[in-house]
Design a protein around this ligand. Structure first.
Ligand code: ENP
Length: 266
């Protein structure tokens, strides 16, 4: 009956399993968490309710049970490049995007919704945000975005897609609407914006232009120290893994050929 995909099969096992994976393997430094209680809190946010009347606040207990601090200088905000961010952040080893926190990790890539007057999940279909914005998934990410932004500190990074059709800095968007307004200015030393084009994609947006300029102006007006880099080298290296022969991936070197020869033993 809804236009969106239904609940992901085996949702309960996935959420509980991901929770244990996170606290035991991915990031044990968050300490002991009760994964079955976390599942109950997650589920109780939306089961037995009209799937269009779920509010961010309904995930409050879930947040209380999963919460852990975000290491300074590790926050990575993004728009329109989820897979790149996943590899770049490396499950929190390099950066800790929202999907690399325990709270984001359990819901990443999943879909879920309940139904009014029934304790069952709807595996057939779920409302999209165009059908109703107060749906279970949208409200989940809204709540998490707010918490993540409030607890981010030090140097903040933002990875935007310069090839995105609607511009690198979408408005409306989670970053524009739920994250920027919740950043805590006194805890943030700098905001670094990276605008990276898809290797084969068009160069639609760049630092100082179009929507990125809007973002830079907004952050500067809020009093942040803002820097912006186009096609940052470290991100480019990662993209170039899949496109080593593309001209954008040529490694420029000023070292004489002899220095680039085989490694000598002395
Ligand atoms: P999209 O539309 O590119 O990608 C949405 C996909 O990313 C979904 O599979 C979603 O999981 C997952 N996801 C991971 N973190 C977030 C998230 N944080 N979020 C919404 N979806 C997330 O992403 P968006 O809509 O542009 O959101 C990017 C935002 O995430 C940025 O503001 C960034 O700073 C923030 P699922 O469960 O829906 O399948 C917040 C909102 O971290």
């Amino acid at each position: 009956k809804w236009k969106g995909e239904g609940t992901t099969q085996n949702l309960e096992s996935i959420v509980i399993g991901r929770c244990y994976d996170y606290i035991r393997i991915v990031n044990p430094s968050v300490g002991e968490k009760n994964c079955s209680q976390i599942w109950e809190a997650f589920k109780n946010a939306f089961i037995n309710k009209d799937p269009c009347s779920i509010l961010p606040e309904d995930y409050e207990l879930f947040i209380n049970l999963t919460f852990h601090t975000i290491p300074p200088n590790k926050s990575l905000f993004w728009e329109n490049n989820q897979l790149l961010v996943n590899s770049f952040a490396d499950r929190g080893r390099r950066y800790m995007s929202l999907g690399d926190t325990l709270f984001g990790f359990v819901g990443d890539f999943l879909n879920w919704c309940g139904q009014a007057d029934s304790p069952g999940l709807d595996y057939e279909s779920c409302p999209t945000t165009t059908e109703c914005e107060n749906n279970a998934v949208e409200s989940f990410w809204r709540m998490l975005s707010i918490i993540y932004a409030k607890h981010s500190s030090g140097v903040i990074h933002v990875l935007l897609n310069g090839s995105a059709a609607g511009g690198a800095y979408p408005q409306p968007g989670f970053f524009a609407d739920y994250e920027i307004p919740n950043l805590q200015k006194d805890k943030i030393s700098q905001i670094v914006i990276w605008v990276v084009d898809d290797i084969e994609g068009p160069d639609i947006d760049s630092c100082g232009a179009h929507s990125v300029k809007t973002l830079e102006t907004r952050l500067t007006a809020l009093g942040y120290d803002v820097t912006c880099t186009d096609n940052d080298k470290s991100v480019m290296f990662l993209l170039c893994l899949d496109n080593p022969d593309h001209s954008k991936c040529a490694i420029a070197s000023s070292a004489p050929a002899a220095q680039r020869g085989p490694i000598s033993s002395d």
